[in-house]
Write a protein that binds this ligand. Sequence first.
Ligand SMILES: Cc1cc2nc3c(=O)[nH]c(=O)nc-3n(C[C@H](O)[C@H](O)[C@H](O)COP(=O)(O)OP(=O)(O)OC[C@H]3O[C@@H](n4cnc5c(N)ncnc54)[C@H](O)[C@@H]3O)c2cc1C
Length: 325
Amino acid sequence: MTVSDQTRRVVNPTIGVPTNTQPESMYLPGTKCPLKSQVKLAALTSFRVGGPAQWYVSPKNLEELKQSFAWATEQQLPITLLGAGSNLLVSDRGLPGLVIGTKGLRYTHFDLETGQVRVAAGQSIARLAWKAAELGWEGLEWAVGIPGTVGGAVVMNAGAHGSCAADILVDAQVLSPDGSVELLSLKDLGYRYRTSVLQGGDRLVTEATFQLKPGADPAKVTATTAEQLEQRRLTQPYHLPSCGSVFRNPEGEYGAGWLIEQMGLKGYQIGCAQVAERHANFILNCGGAKAMDIYRLILYVQEQVEKHWSIKLEPEVKILGQFAD
Ligand SMILES: Cc1cc2nc3c(=O)[nH]c(=O)nc-3n(C[C@H](O)[C@H](O)[C@H](O)COP(=O)(O)OP(=O)(O)OC[C@H]3O[C@@H](n4cnc5c(N)ncnc54)[C@H](O)[C@@H]3O)c2cc1C
């Protein structure tokens, strides 16, 4: 049986949901890249919640990425792009179609002449920050507490301590579902607070180049990096699964966390999802939370803040899949 035959057997093309319930494993056509069905997304997201991906693939290079897009297009399946899953809330019902995980994309190249680092999308941005620090390259210290990939940081314009990806990005290589590859400049990415033109789209960041400053004392850069991590650990709850800040900070004087805290919502719980005591803009999975618990808590917090402050908090976390009762 060919791969395509197997696929036709398990996919209901009219509604795009799996008719199989047993996990299956095969290979992406023309590659040695495993293509798996019914993969638990709870294990691939930092909230540790969410049902299965209908299909999941983790390509290791550009060719496998192109094949992943081609296969999903041929099968008429929707595509979801997944980095480290540290800014995602996935429905308990899982996701139809193909989830393309980027964590298999790995390489880093520091160019001493230009002071630029070219790095694959699947690399951990925090690990890159440590590596840069060890070499005495400044510019990434702020990223040390962000548990996402380089690709996720580029798309989200991740940031902390007053700096963000847009401050150091030179360009990003992106792949479109039709297999075309483009190099986008900083200007092309249309960066604003925690967003870029790539958000919500179907183009996949395959690699990024950042401008750093080589030549500093490695001990000094490492110490600054460690200090930034320590500061975050003191002010943010890292001991339980979360997605970091749930809401974007609204325009104006007050941050989302402050507004939520003033409502007395710290510690408020729905099911096993709780507004963190240490930082009101974090929601924690206290153990065994369902995605639905977290979703309901997000709606509740939003409603309470809007009632009192007339401010509609906008989620920073990407909510994927069906949540309707
Ligand atoms: C404890 C904790 C602390 C955090 N602190 C911070 C913080 O200080 N600052 C901050 O900005 N964020 C923070 N976050 C949120 C999160 O880490 C960032 O948003 C991060 O950049 C997301 O990267 P990711 O690889 O996990 O992306 P994912 O969560 O996997 O995906 C996020 C979005 O990007 C898309 N995407 C991911 N990779 C690609 C790619 N290669 N190409 C195209 N689209 C892609 C996804 O489809 C999705 O829409 C925190 C999260 C946690 C759990």
